[in-house]
Design a protein around this ligand. Structure first.
Ligand SMILES: *Cc1c(COP(=O)(O)O)cnc(C)c1O
Length: 491
């Protein structure tokens, strides 16, 4: 059976269910497989399978302490009619690339892919482990995770969910999606600060042992829905394999041929999932990591130095406005060959010096990655170009990826077929998208949604319709230093 260990070492060796419940390890490390698992069938043998069946195989491969029936039930309940696309993640060809549309779930962003299933994986884990504590999910969000987690956990028995989002930086549609959330167990707070402040605050709560003891006395256990939870990462591996199979089916590649994967990156969860897929046997030539002006990762991949001592930009791709990409730690762990002492050293340097430099195996391993970035003007131009030339709408995050992909091709001449992760509906960022394709100014985001639909004929996702008319149920704005107190008050 697979065991999960902390990227920072230590004695803990858990099964998957325990790792999903815990979220983060005791020494602040992230849980990773001690030995990387192998698929029980070849990728070729999965050709023709529907999404749910690919997901069952992939998730079952990592989480082998769950029974086959348990995995099947989690998958079937997650990827059902909540997804508007029949094949869950359609692959669409446009402008010399294939787009893996990951945004057809309830909240119209790719976070739904993992957060539709995490509550089921967690509930099953709690039952398997005989936990009787109530699970409280704490989540910091740059916009999309929060809503997807709220939808996933709303009214799930035995859970509470608390979401913190930065007061400035999320789009109006994103904010409204969260502040109108229904469900007796949902709690939403805006915080004065940016995403990193919110994420740091949440991590601090997780590491507060006295608070944990007080909560335990009340029968409550904290867990995380952020992409640091292995239960979020693993379901994402499935769609890269499925996307590849679709490209074969569409005649874009031959079975076994390598592809480039392009991912608009923030916390490094999505692109790490593609790396995990590659470790399972997916033929990948290069991983293109796309950033906006907050280009810490571009610089890291190019120079081997991770340095957060820089200006923080609020951009029109807010889910990527991040300077500390938590899941990078898992990549460093893999590239170092599981050298937990080295990861401890690097993360301690990040904590105290705000930067670190990698060398040796890690630096060499980074060669499989290409780092590039696009600023707001380039992003808008890419949206306009793609729409004019192909009548295909990109959201701002996906447009960052597309621009980086164009730059990469020009710079390297590499024409390997590419799969671009399309991470949000263009309607979530309607103002930027509408103005990028030349539509006139409107009074608010919701008017932009309407105008964009009218002009393009691309249907708005169900989950985004009419949210401007729903009552606001959460309107608290708090300081980051008060996050812990608010959590205790809620519980
Ligand atoms: C979260 C998010 C990203 C970044 O994904 P990571 O896994 O954090 O790198 C990109 N685009 C959108 C729309 C997102 O919601």
């Amino acid at each position: 059976m697979n065991t999960y260990v902390s990227t920072r070492g230590g004695e803990e060796r858990l099964n998957a269910a325990q790792a999903v419940i815990r979220g983060l390890s005791g020494n602040k490390g992230l849980f990773v497989p001690e030995v990387f698992p192998q698929l029980p069938v070849s990728i070729e043998e999965m050709q023709g399978m529907k999404y749910q069946d690919v997901a069952k195989i992939v998730i079952g491969t990592f989480f082998d302490d769950y029974t086959e029936e348990e995995i099947a039930s989690c998958v079937e309940r997650a990827y059902d009619s909540k997804f508007e696309a029949e094949d869950v993640v359609p692959v669409v060809e446009a402008g010399d690339a294939c787009f893996l549309e990951l945004y057809h779930g309830r909240t119209a962003a790719f976070k739904d892919m993992a957060l539709s299933i995490l509550p089921h994986l967690l509930k099953t884990a709690v039952k398997k482990e005989g936990e009787d504590a109530k699970i409280c999910i704490l989540t910091a969000t740059s916009g999309d995770t929060g809503k997807a987690a709220l939808e996933g956990f709303a009214d799930v028995e035995g859970t509470e969910i608390v979401v913190f989002f930065p007061e400035i930086g999320v789009s109006e549609v994103q904010r409204r999606q969260m502040t109108t959330q229904e469900g007796k167990n949902t709690h939403v707070f805006a915080i004065r600060g940016n995403f990193d402040d919110a994420q740091t605050g949440v991590k601090k709560i997780f590491n507060d042992e006295e608070m944990a003891a007080r909560l335990a006395a009340k029968g409550v256990k904290l867990s995380s829905a952020n992409s640091i939870n292995i239960g979020r990462l693993v379901p994402q591996v499935a769609y890269y394999i499925y996307g590849y199979l679709k490209m074969v089916e569409m005649g874009k590649i031959a079975m076994g041929e390598k592809i480039n994967v392009v991912v608009p990156t923030g916390n490094f969860g999505n692109i790490l999932a593609s790396y995990y897929a590659c470790k399972l046997g997916l033929p990948v030539n290069r991983f293109l990591c796309a950033s906006n002006e907050n280009k810490v990762l571009t610089d890291f991949i190019n120079e081997g130095v991770y340095d957060t001592r820089r200006k923080f930009y609020v951009t029109n791709s807010p889910s990527m406005d991040i300077l500390i990409s938590s899941n990078l730690e898992r990549l460093l762990y893999e590239l170092s060959g599981g050298d937990a002492a080295e990861i401890r050293r690097l993360m301690a340097a990040l904590d105290s010096e705000k930067h670190y430099e990698v060398s040796g195996k890690i630096r060499e391993g980074l060669a499989a990655f290409y780092g590039g970035f696009a600023d707001v003007a380039d992003t808008d131009a890419a949206i306009g170009r793609m729409y004019r030339e192909n009548h295909y709408l990109l959201d701002t995050h996906t447009a960052v990826a597309y621009k980086v992909y164009e730059d990469y091709r020009e710079k390297t001449g590499d024409t390997t077929p590419a799969l671009i992760a399309s991470t949000a509906s263009p309607y979530k960022f309607a103002k930027s998208v509408a103005t990028s394709i030349g539509l006139p100014e409107e009074k608010d985001d919701f008017a932009y949604v309407e105008a964009l639909e009218k002009a393009t004929g691309v249907p708005v996702e169900k989950g985004l319709r009419g949210i401007d008319k729903k009552p606001i149920l959460h309107d608290r704005v708090i300081d980051a230093c008060d996050m812990a107190a608010e959590v205790e008050a809620v519980l």
